[in-house]
Ligand binder design. Structure first.
Ligand SMILES: [Zn+2]
Length: 568
């Protein structure tokens, strides 16, 4: 398929797309992907397609019938030229979207490029009618304003940014060139970026023995608004981070965290792929229970490589790891639904808070279980092998052999490397929902770390068991600790808290709770437009806790050795 992208009227944000090919069969089917790899839920990109028209080689209109929400069957004979025209609404700017305004054309082809069913393996080209002075950032081969991909999969996996705001530099690790592109309002601290990126890239490559692709691009949108996420691709990643003024200040550790995470995906998920997604089926849900491998191991390793490469100090790393512990202990969904089941359900509610205490996060639970697996392997191999070795084997024995990975394959490799059983690990903690505080603290102890728990600093969390969001002077209840006073007293999700003991709180809920510490708590809330008064029972215990990780003082030599191997 040959695509043309034309941009006019940036205020309207419609990209004019033409796609041309030859019919492979009579009445061929044209499909637009309904989801994008990296986000395992339906994206329904066809909702942005306007004015879908088809012409034959003589420029005559071709009739078509829509046969699903994102597929069109054309009334056309085999061998005839197909020329498809449509406008794509590019209004949303995030790491997986397509966006167009006066400053840039940013395309994730998986959102907006249709393909002919059966033609997925044929080469694709994309011609860009963009202003002369705009640069193009991305991993596809370029010839002037023409981009080339070996097949539809490569096209779909190769986002690009065209803009005159791009800033670019490179670094090398071995034979691989890494390109770092910043787009938007930003003043990159190049020296620090290139030094730190090179350090974690080199360490990841060292552990895997080789890098799967010949070059790599970090495509980083710096936004004036708050943003922090990324999407992985085989030869690139798109990252959104903001606001601009904090990126090389307080957000710099987030830039490192997300960049190391996305680079690790080059092996884990872009190469080592769940068998259910091998190959990707763009037309429907690709259910997999392996989110704890794809996202869990990547979340754990992405951060750990910042420690291993000495980009993060031990103290900095432990803050990141403790944040995972915090989310784990705060979410009572861990008693209800396993990480494997939650992975299957990303297609249902994986990227939203969802029903309270229903499910867990594949990122959080997956990363903590990866930590436990890593330490279990070190323990059982006299500190010779950790999870790195399992991932290296999955890369060489599966990815490079052109095979997908099943849950059993992952379990087999863990058991082969550790020379021990992972039956309990899977039955109880991956597939089941048994509490695993004990195996977490055991793993910490092995490397000389300890978990320190103390009551949450906020009175509302510690003593009432309610977590609120404060937005301006609005305080809104969002999460409850089951059985705590807020729950017992009948507080509901989205109650807006107005007053404590008749005093209007004006955004200072905890200050007033502290003030009335000894008294009964009468809380006035606005609930669906009505005033409601709640009386909360007094209970002398703490509910939500704060979790910190610390090095045990004077760890014995055995622990020190485990720590050294784990962190190097
Ligand atoms: Zn990820």
């Amino acid at each position: 398929m040959n695509y043309q992208f034309k941009i006019e009227k940036p205020n309207q944000q419609y990209i004019q797309i033409t796609a041309e090919t030859v019919a492979l069969t009579d009445n061929p089917v044209i499909q637009l992907p309904s989801w994008r790899p990296g986000r395992y839920e339906l994206g329904n990109f066809a909702k942005n397609v306007k004015g879908f028209k088809v012409f034959n080689g003589n420029g005559k209109p071709v009739e078509f019938l829509k046969i699903s929400k994102d597929a069109w069957q054309l009334t056309l004979a085999k061998g005839e030229t197909i020329k498809i025209q449509y406008a794509y609404y590019a209004h949303l700017l995030n790491a997986g979207s397509t966006f167009f305004d006066a400053t840039q054309l940013y395309v994730n082809p998986v959102n907006c490029c249709v393909y002919q069913v059966g033609e997925e393996q044929a080469p694709c080209t994309a011609e860009l009618a963009i202003p002369e002075h705009w640069q193009i950032a991305g991993s596809m081969q370029q010839e002037g304003r023409k981009l080339q991909a070996a097949n539809f999969d490569e096209l779909a996996d190769s986002p690009f940014i065209c803009s005159d705001n791009l800033q670019h530099d490179t670094y090398e690790v071995g034979a691989t060139t890494f390109h770092v592109w910043f787009n938007g309002i930003t003043k990159p601290d190049w020296e620090r970026v290139l030094r730190d990126f090179k350090a974690f890239s080199a360490k990841q490559i060292e552990k895997f023995s080789e890098f799967p692709v010949d070059e790599y691009h970090f495509l980083i949108h710096i936004l004036p608004t708050k943003a922090y996420h990324g999407v992985e691709h085989c030869k690139s990643t798109v990252i959104c981070l903001g606001p601009s003024y904090d990126v090389f200040g307080s957000l710099y550790k987030e830039l490192l965290g997300v960049s190391s995470h996305e680079l690790y995906h080059t092996w884990n998920v872009k190469s080592i792929r769940p068998i259910e997604m091998f190959p990707y089926d763009f037309t429907k849900e690709n259910y997999s229970r392996l989110g704890y491998l794809c996202e869990g191991v990547t979340t754990y390793m992405g951060d750990l490589f910042l420690l291993k490469s000495k980009v993060f100090s031990v103290e900095q790393y432990l803050v990141e790891l403790a944040a995972r512990f915090q989310i784990h202990f705060d979410n009572h969904g861990r008693f209800n639904y396993s990480v494997a089941a939650s992975s299957y359900d990303t297609w249902l509610d994986g990227y939203e808070p969802g029903a309270p205490n229903r499910k867990v996060s594949i990122y959080t639970e997956g990363s903590l279980l990866a930590f436990v697996a890593d330490i279990t392997l070190l323990k059982n191999t006299n500190n010779k092998y950790g999870l790195d070795e399992v991932m290296r084997r999955l890369f060489f024995n599966y990815a490079l052999q052109g095979k997908g990975v099943s849950e059993q394959d992952y379990k087999n490799e863990l058991e082969a490397v550790g020379n021990c059983s992972f039956d309990d690990y899977f039955q109880k903690f991956v597939w089941g929902n048994e509490p695993y505080e004990a195996i977490l603290t055991d793993a910490l102890e092995y490397i000389g770390l300890e978990l320190v728990q103390k009551p949450a600093a906020a009175y509302s969390q510690a003593r009432l068991g309610v977590k609120c969001i404060v937005d301006g002077d609005k305080t809104v209840a969002k999460n409850f600790y089951p059985g705590a006073p807020a729950d017992m007293g009948g507080m509901m999700v989205d109650d807006q808290i107005l007053a404590v003991n008749g005093v209007v709180i004006n955004g200072n809920f905890d200050q007033w709770l502290n003030y009335f510490d000894e008294d009964e708590k009468r809380i006035t809330v606005i609930r669906a437009g009505k005033l409601v008064e709640l009386v909360l029972p007094e209970v002398s215990r703490n509910f939500y806790l704060e979790h910190q990780l610390k090095c045990v003082e004077n760890p014995n030599n055995f622990q020190k050795k485990g720590f050294a191997v784990w962190s190097e």
